[in-house]
Write a protein that binds this ligand. Structure first.
Ligand code: FAD
Ligand code: FES
Length: 256
């Protein structure tokens, strides 16, 4: 699939290092799907949709820094929507987000509310200054926020907020955030693993199921094609939370 051209229509600052880019194209994505964003002359990187025509990006390295140099009117290349996305099920759902990983969950929560589901959210951030989309989540239902430094809400990681809920009350749990935050949640909530859909991150190159860069040990699941949303029972049996492969295929530590 060749990239299509797209113009950035608006850039919004959400937090210290997080911005939302609204594009001139609505690619009709399902929440949890992603696009490959081509920043010409720099790199092509995967980004989840935070709305039908939006991505929300944390600046972490070369490509994202180059994107942050762009404003309304700049052009980028897009391939997508790609991947499986989340599946909405049941009547009552819990969203658990960490940092910029909360962005695709805001999109999912809005779709869920529009379909009449009851939505509760547990969101974890490093600090008060890093909180994103608080109003979007509060418009959906009850929201519990945790911060690592205790500057807002419950002090601690997102898992510190789990005691506020009985997970048995929810038909489905949706999770997205840094890998160790997600691992922390799924390893504490094993009895709910089959109803936990996690949107995960691996190093993507082709995003077409061909190169093998994103494969999960031990069964070779191609995260770019068969994911990025994978149920926690499968993640508990995989490399997830233990190691991940980088651009050369070498094993490295998980982040966050
Ligand atoms: C399915 C999916 C959805 C994502 N959604 C979002 C999102 O909504 N918002 C957001 O801010 N980030 C998202 N990411 C992460 C984002 O793709 C990386 O932060 C980005 O590629 C970093 O590129 P860089 O050149 O700025 O940084 P680099 O300096 O290249 O790397 C910084 C870190 O990002 C990782 N990374 C770099 N390139 C890739 C790649 N092609 N695939 C996966 N990881 C990579 C590196 O391993 C490194 O640890 C998503 C990743 C995946 C796989
Ligand atoms: S990124 Fe190439 S197979 Fe997934």
């Amino acid at each position: 699939m060749r990239p299509i051209n797209s113009i950035i229509e608006e850039v919004r600052s959400e937090a210290r290092l997080i911005r939302t880019f609204r594009l001139d194209r609505d690619l009709s994505p399902r929440p949890g799907q992603y696009l490959m964003l081509w920043i010409r002359g720099v790199d092509e990187i995967p980004m989840s949709f935070s709305g039908p025509d939006c991505i929300t990006v944390q600046s972490v390295g070369q490509a994202t820094e180059a994107l942050f140099e762009m404003g309304a009117g700049s052009s980028v290349g897009l391939r997508g929507p790609l991947g499986n996305g989340f599946t909405l099920k049941g009547d009552k759902i819990l969203l658990i987000g960490g940092g910029v990983g909360s962005a695709p969950l805001a999109f999912l929560g809005e779709r869920a509310r529009a379909s009449g589901l009851a939505v509760t959210s547990l969101l974890g951030f490093r600090s008060k200054e890093d909180i994103i989309f608080q109003e979007r989540f509060e418009a959906l239902g009850e929201v519990i926020i945790t911060t690592d430094d205790g500057s807002y809400g419950i002090a601690g990681r997102a898992s510190a907020g789990l005691k506020e809920f009985s997970l048995f009350d929810y038909d489905q749990i949706y999770l997205c955030g840094p890998e160790m935050m997600m691992w922390d949640v799924i390893s504490r909530t094993r009895e709910h693993a089959t109803k936990t859909q996690a949107c995960i991150n691996r190093y993507f190159k082709c995003a077409a199921g061909i190169c093998g860069s994103c494969c999960l040990d031990p069964d070779g699941t191609r995260v770019c094609l068969e994911g990025p949303v994978i149920t926690a029972d499968r993640l508990l049996e995989s490399e997830f939370g233990r190691y991940r492969r980088g651009p050369t295929g070498e094993k490295g530590p998980c982040r966050g």
